[in-house]
Structure formats: structure tokens, C-alpha cells
Design a binder for this molecule. Sequence first.
Ligand code: AKB
Length: 298
Amino acid sequence: MSRDVHFIIGASGQLGTEFALALHQAGEAVVLSDIKPPELDALKDLPFECMDVRDRDVVHQQLIESGATHVHHLAAALSARGEKEPQWAWDLNMRGLLNVLESATTSPLVKQVFWPSSIAVFGPDNGPVAAQNGHRLPETVYGMSKQAGEQWCAWFRKHHGLDVRSVRYPGLIGELSAPGGGTTDYAVEVFDHLEGPEPYSCFLSEATTLPMMHMDDAVGAMMQIMSASADQIKNRESYNIQGMSFDPKTLFEEIAKHDPGFKAAFAPDFRQSIADGWPDRVDDSAARADWGWSPRST
Ligand code: AKB
């Protein structure tokens, strides 16, 4: 029997870097792809294809030539950058996803596709806790692209039988790779300012509670949903997954316990209104019941 090959699109990004490393360390065959090579030394000797996911022919060719059995499409424009460059973000997020879904249906070896959605699918009308099927009228381009993307995933499942699986990620916090262009980025960015002479200037207000997740759990969720049997995946749009929820003030007080010299100031900018439209936490009981989701850090 031939071996599974995991083709990771966006492998040089925040989640892609950590996921590629975890799969590689688990002994899986991986092919990395992105518009730029991975920065992490541990990934530099792995097969890498320079690829723009917006190029339909190249995506198709790469899935065939790599012998991909599993495709993990992690390349996306995030919420804050998406508000600054809406057409670019919509094009990258939607054209990229459609290229991957279409190519996967016509690549005979592909068995499964993973694509991350986001808490950004929720609009401001959910109250603090977003239910699995909570109100989804997102107010950002990023959220709109994730909401539409979820429906495309369900459509490809229904009309082409494609085994595509998805979770709605909150803000991700890891140490190996930086986020870029998101609204939850402050929770990683602050750690780069610990030694600085100036107080860290946070772009969200001190009481802005958002759902967040440790990278180990984010990678674990992907591994877990991909290894569940197809009949466990009853939702073919995307599953809520909850890790922890906190606000900047709570995080900074915790940091100050370890680094008494740490100081922060608050200067909310346009990202505040993005965060204000998102829930404080999500109800992940469907993911727990259907495929046994259980985070380690809460
Ligand atoms: C962002 O802040 O845009 C992302 C997300 C919550 O999907 N981290």
C-alpha cells in the first residue's frame, strides 16, 4: 500500500509551520508549499514547492505531482489586513479555497482536505457565547470569506463527495511562528516586547475578551478531526472549538507576575471594532460529541 502524503499549503505561516513540524516529527511524509520558504531550520530540508494558491493550474499540477493524499489548505489573509486590502483578501481566501477544492476532486489520490475556518464567521448578534449554529452575519471581509468558504466546503461534500473537514479557530498562540494581520495577534506580539524600554502598546482595550488557543491544541484539533472516521464528521461546514478566553488586562497581569518590569498601555485602533463583533467564547459541544474534541489548555 502506498504511503499517505500530506500536502500543506501555507506551510510557512503561523499554523502551517507548527503543523508541518508536528506531522514531520510523527514520521509522516509531508510536502510543504507557500509563496516563501519556511523559516524554521527543522523544516528547511523537507520538500518545498513555491506556489501561489491563486494559480489554479499550478495547484492542480502540484496536487497530482506530489502524490498528495491529504491536503491541508492553511494559506489565508487574516481579519485586520483584510479590512485594509479587501479585494486582495477576498481573492486570496476565496479563489485559493476554490482552486484547492476543485483540484482535490480531480486528483485521484486525494482522500481528505482540511481547511480552517474562524470565529470571525460570527457577527455581533450572538451575545458572549456563540453556539455552533449561532448567528453568522460577519462584518469583516475575512469573516465573510470564511462564512462563504464553509458553505463551499459543504457544497463540495454534497455534490462531489469530497471529504473536507474544518474547525473554526480562535486566536492562536505559539512560540515557533508569528501571526500576521490578525486581530488576536496582540497575544503573541506582546511577548516580543518584554525586553523593550517602552510599554507594550496594545491595539485592543483592556477588557476585550476573545477566544484563544494554544498552538498544541490547534495542531491537535487538526490531527484529531483528520483521523476521525468520515461518519463522525456530521457537520461539513465547520466545527466550533473552544480553548481559553481572556482579555488583554488579564494576560498582561499574568506576564507582570513573571516580569515585574513589564508595562502595557492601551491604544485601541480599527481592530477594536473587529474584536467587538466577535464572541467571548464558543460552544464546542458538537465537536466534543461528534469526534471527541478535548483541548489540553483551557
Ligand atoms: C484573526 O485575528 O484574524 C485570526 C482569527 C481569529 O481567525 N487570528
